[in-house]
Design a protein around this ligand. Structure first.
Ligand SMILES: Nc1nc2c(c(=O)[nH]1)N[C@H]1C(S)=C(S)[C@@H](COP(=O)(O)O)O[C@H]1N2
Ligand SMILES: [Mo]
Length: 374
């Protein structure tokens, strides 16, 4: 038996469109999505925030946890959670989205977490700014990148590794990165990175490393698996790829009315139906417009103001629904003129699919004509 039992799996299993393997269903059960009905709220309740954990959740002890600075720093800091909580604190609502969100709508798809729409959530994160701490540790002149490593370990495509990511010093300066220990006013839950993680606002979720144990100053570009082997837009196997960073413009609606249990198709009564949803884009770029498509016509929704740079914006549309069968869609355009496509973009791993959401709705007779429970 070889020392590395997964060495043969240097590629992903093949997939068939529309058919999910037992392993993929297992991934979907571990990595739950946001309940779309909670998109009605500014802040996602903790238990509904989506989850994406590559390996097993490390169960760490906050009291004995230490964040270690190593490599080419002048100061080799070592901080406890108490030390970090004593630093100036900041609470910031941030919309986080998984780079794999929408993968199930990309064809042909790749073997990974089969998200449909639900890998996006907004939390109020509490912590301290990362940049001043990096400054305090003082990277030496030859430093090119800083790496962030979590306590979770496992195999991917035959490579064993701790989950880790890196950022350049310029990115650390530009992005409002937080070192966080609380979520919606409560200590981080184990599955969201307890006792310590980073939040990189405006970027897809992979950059927001959980269970943070090490910050290392590197004199050569970081070559960790999660940085160089994945999270790249690749059109074929040998494509060097383009690193995934900023969140693409996107919008979602709360599916209106009531669902059919197993198909999730919707039923509403004819009359006024208040559609509500959220829209967001990368790096805090505000949304300019949201449109809803009803019976082939795009109509402009009412958009709320941008109150928090890194949090989604609410939109509403009052629909005078007439009996019939509909496929509703919504799409957003941001201030930089990026607009959601109607068809999914494609890359090998089905990343960053921001195609317009589709919701199947059956509109029945007016409530007054049939009574409330039919
Ligand atoms: N250490 C570690 N950090 C991680 C991950 C992980 O598996 N391990 N997953 C990343 C990905 S891909 C996403 S989308 C977000 C999800 O954060 P959440 O589960 O708190 O929503 O965490 C990121 N940070
Ligand atoms: Mo992710």
């Amino acid at each position: 038996m070889s020392k590395n039992p997964f060495k043969v799996h240097n590629d992903k299993p093949t997939t068939l469109d529309g058919i999910y393997s037992q392993a993929e269903v297992g991934l979907a059960n571990r990595n739950s999505g946001v309940l779309l009905e909670t998109l009605a709220l500014d802040i996602t309740p903790i238990g509904s925030h989506y989850l994406l954990n590559h390996f097993d959740v490390p169960l760490l002890d906050a009291e004995n946890h230490r964040l270690k600075f190593s490599g080419s720093f002048k100061e080799q800091l070592e901080l406890s959670i108490e030390d970090i909580q004593a630093l100036p604190a900041l609470t910031m609502p941030v919309t986080m989205e998984c780079a794999g969100n929408g993968r199930a709508g990309v064809s042909p798809r790749s073997h990974s977490m089969p998200w449909v729409y639900e890998a996006v959530s907004t939390s109020e994160w509490t912590g301290t700014k990362l940049a001043p701490l990096i400054e305090q540790a003082c990277p030496k002149n030859d430093v090119v990148e800083i790496s962030f490593t979590g306590a979770d370990y496992g195999y991917d495509m035959g490579e064993p590794h701790f989950f880790g990511r890196s950022l350049t010093l310029a990115q650390i300066k530009e992005l409002d990165i937080l070192l966080v220990y609380a979520m919606n006013g409560a200590p981080l839950l184990p599955q969201h990175g307890a006792p310590l993680r980073i939040i990189v606002p405006g970027w897809y979720g992979m950059a927001s490393v959980k269970w943070l144990t090490h910050i290392e100053a590197l004199t050569k570009p970081y070559d960790g698996h999660q940085q160089v082997k994945t999270y790249q837009f690749k059109m074929h196997k040998d494509d060097p790829g383009i690193p995934i960073r900023n969140i693409r413009v996107k919008s979602l609606m709360v599916p209106p009315g009531v669902p059919d249990w197993s198909t999730r198709k919707r039923f509403v009564h004819a009359g006024e139906v208040n559609l509500v949803g959220r829209a967001w884009s990368g790096c805090g770029v505000p949304i300019e417009t949201v449109e809803v498509e009803i019976a082939g016509q795009w109509r402009t929704a009412k958009l709320s103001e941008k109150n928090d740079r890194y949090a989604w914006q609410k939109w509403t549309y009052s629909w005078q629904a007439e009996p019939g069968v509909y496929v509703l869609r919504c799409r957003a355009r941001d201030m930089n003129d990026n607009v959601q496509p109607l068809d999914p973009p494609w890359d090998q791993a089905g990343f960053a699919n921001n195609a317009a959401q589709q919701v199947n709705v059956f509109v029945g007779l007016e409530k007054s004509k049939v009574g409330p429970l039919s």
